[in-house]
Design a protein around this ligand. Sequence first.
Ligand SMILES: Nc1ncnc2c1ncn2[C@@H]1O[C@H](COP(=O)(O)OP(=O)(O)OP(=O)(O)O)[C@@H](O)[C@H]1O
Length: 268
Amino acid sequence: MENKKKLQINNLIHNYESKDGEIVHALNNINLSVNDGEFLAIVGSSGCGKSTLLNIMAGMIKPTKGEILIDGETFTFNKHKIGYISQSDTLLPWRKIIDNVAIGLEIEGVNKKERHEIARELMESSGLSGFEDKYPYELSGGMRKRAIIIRALATDPEIIFMDEPFGPLDVFTKELLQDEILKIWEKRKNTIVYITHDIGEAITLADRIILMSYRPSNIKSKYIVEIPRPRDIKEIKHNYRFIELEKDIWEDIKNEVLKAKEEEMISI
Ligand SMILES: Nc1ncnc2c1ncn2[C@@H]1O[C@H](COP(=O)(O)OP(=O)(O)OP(=O)(O)O)[C@@H](O)[C@H]1O
C-alpha cells in the first residue's frame, strides 16, 4: 500500500534580495514529499538553505515560486496545525513554565483548567513535574528545551518542524533529548521535519535523510535509514548500518563542500 503524503513541496524556488540589491539564489526547484507519520531529517553544509526550506514549509517565508501542500491542500495557518521548534530559547521569561507550555492552547481559546491539565500531563511525561510555577530562568538549558518541545506538542500539531533544536546543548543533554523525541514520536507518530548539521543525529532519529546540495540548493541525495525501531540511542552507534550510512553521508557532504569551495575560488 502506498504511504499517504502529508506534505508536498512542488517546484520550489527561493531567492533573497539583499539591501544593496544583490540576489542570493537560495533554493532551486525543490520537489519533495513527506509521508504521514514520517520522521524526515534534512542535512547539508552551512548556508546551503536548510533553514530557508524549513521556514518556507512552515509558512514563515513566502517562496519566490512553488507550492506547499498539506494533505493535498494549500497550506494556511487557519486550516492546518503545525509546530515549530528552533535552536533559540523561545520561552517567554515573564510567564510561568506551565503558562509557557499552554500558550498554544490559550491562543486556541482552550479554557485555563483544561489547558493546565494538558500542560501538566505533558510536563509529567517529560520529567518537568514540580516546575509548573517556576519561571524559565529557574530551569536548566535542557529543561527549558523540554518545555519548548512539549509546548509544540500541546496543541497536537499535524507536522512539527524542527530547526537544529538541540544545537547549543552539551552532548549528554542532547542525547537525552534525542531519546525523548524518539519516545514521543514513536508514541504519537506526528510527521516531523528535522534539520541538523549532525549526521549521527539524523541517522539516530530519522526514517529518511535528505542531503541538500550547495547553493542554489537542490536535493542532492536521499537515504533511507533501515535501522529497526525502537532505537536505542547508545546502541545504535554500533549498528553496522549506522556506521556505513554515516560514512556515505559524510563522503557525500564532503564532496559538496569541496565543490562549493572550488566555485568560490573561481569566482574570486
Ligand atoms: N533574510 C535573508 N536575506 C538575504 N540572504 C539570506 C537571508 N536569509 C538567508 N540568506 C542566505 O540564504 C542562504 C541560505 O541560508 P539558510 O539560513 O537557509 O542556510 P542554512 O543551510 O540553514 O545555514 P546554516 O546551516 O548555517 O544555518 C545563505 O547564503 C544565507 O546567507
